[in-house]
Design a protein around this ligand. Structure first.
Ligand code: FAD
Length: 380
């Protein structure tokens, strides 16, 4: 409960993996005189680690989405269900689609990634984007209904051979067992280009055993109605195509005047503060940590939560910020949809049901932090 007069405004934009930790931290230890506002496009924010499990049918929607309303209440934050669309940095005002501009002393962005501006002709019209991930659960349910209703065999392709594409195609295949659906994975590079050959071999074998066609070196250059056209002339037929390639940055960031990296993500230093504006922080996929470049993955967004919370506190209290070094090596657990997973770390990999159970345990434990909140300080 807020007792001190409001002297500083902290505005959190997006309820991503790092901001949920900031909310929890401010709920556990409020900063007197600071008013917290969360602006979030979706009040149910997905946990990416469990999304393929949702697609496979192992989790219900509410098991893999955090309800931001109770979390914001716990943090003593105002929750505004709206979308940020611009920033007036001179006046320190955040512009939203519907709400009046919001004044801030410190602003933090954790809005994830957006679909890359469509450069492949026809892709926007004929494919289903996987990003932003907060919209994917509903898109999948619509597709599943369509597949269930179909009386003829259906071909589903996933474009993108990274971990997300691989997990998704395996999860979808598991979920549609018994239906007449064939799956294929199409990727411009090799499969799992950022993983070691040992994990890649295991997943190639599993995809093969599950009769999922894998087209590597297949750069899609055009999408027609029902057909992917590749640079080498290959044509791949489909009834439904999911677009799971690398994502881009929200286009409105380019108009904020904030320094961005060459892909349009907010350039921050090791303290997660913008290199060009001391009032702006960024974490998760939207941030490009210049001293520590990493791929876009939820594991980094999750780990940035606590140091981000600490540095937001320091910025609001006028204390020096502390740098943070993200992990370089970590355990990756790639689910295969059938309660089985491949575990990989550096050059070694293993697989089994135990790996799925470990993944489930880690994921559920993470979610519990934001679903089972302690009793509100000073209230029932
Ligand atoms: C199928 C799939 C599986 C994946 N599995 C894994 C995995 O197992 N492990 C892993 O490390 N990574 C995984 N990833 C990658 C992971 O999803 C992202 O790296 C992660 O979600 C990034 O977290 P974030 O906090 O940056 O943003 P997000 O989780 O995308 O959250 C951003 C939030 O901001 C909100 N928002 C967006 N724009 C605005 C706006 N303008 N105004 C207000 N609110 C806004 C959104 O509603 C959303 O709630 C997976 C991705 C996919 C597609």
């Amino acid at each position: 409960m807020q007792t001190a007069p409001v002297r500083k405004e902290l505005v959190l934009v997006g309820g991503g993996h790092a901001h949920v930790a900031v909310l929890k931290s401010f709920g556990m230890r409020p900063l007197p005189g600071v008013r917290l506002t969360l602006i979030a496009r979706d009040v149910a924010t997905p946990y990416s680690g469990m999304l393929p499990g949702f697609v496979a049918g192992h989790y219900r929607f509410e098991e893999c989405h955090i309800d931001l309303a109770p979390l914001a209440r716990f943090a003593g934050a105002r929750l505004i269900a709206d979308e940020a669309v611009g920033l007036d940095r001179a006046a320190r005002r955040l512009h939203c689609r519907r709400h009046l501009p919001l004044r801030y002393d410190v602003l933090s962005l954790d809005i994830g990634a957006s679909p890359k501006p469509w450069t492949v002709p026809g892709a926007a019209r004929h494919t289903i984007p996987v990003k932003p991930i907060d919209r994917f659960a509903r898109r999948w349910e619509t597709l599943l209904d369509r597949l269930r209703a179909s009386r003829s065999p259906q071909d589903v392709v996933v474009v993108g051979g990274g971990a997300a594409g691989v997990e998704l195609v395996l999860a979808m295949q598991h979920r549609t067992r018994g239906l007449l659906v064939r799956f294929a994975l199409v990727t411009a590079e090799e499969l799992l280009p950022r993983h070691h050959a040992s994990a890649r071999r295991r997943l190639m074998r599993i995809l093969h055993e599950r009769a999922i066609a894998v087209h590597t070196g297949a750069e899609v250059v055009e999408v027609a109605d029902g057909e992917l056209v590749c640079a080498d002339g290959r044509c791949i037929r489909f009834d439904a195509a999911l677009w799971a390639t690398e994502a881009g940055a929200a286009p409105w960031l380019a108009e904020t005047g904030l320094p961005l990296d060459r892909d349009g993500f907010v350039a921050v230093d090791a303290t997660l503060r913008s290199i060009g504006d001391p009032h702006v922080f960024a974490a998760g996929d939207v941030a490009s940590v210049l001293p520590h470049p990493r791929e876009k993955a939820g594991v980094f967004a999750v780990r940035q939560g606590p140091p981000l919370a600490a540095n937001l506190r320091r910025a609001l209290s006028g204390q020096p910020l502390r740098p943070f070094v993200p992990q370089r090596r970590f355990l990756t657990l790639i689910g295969t949809g059938d309660r089985y997973a491949v575990a990989a770390r550096g050059s070694w990999s293993l697989e089994g049901r135990w790996a799925w159970r470990l993944k489930q345990w880690i994921d559920r434990r993470w979610m519990r932090q934001y679903q089972d909140l302690p009793a509100m300080p000073g209230g029932p």
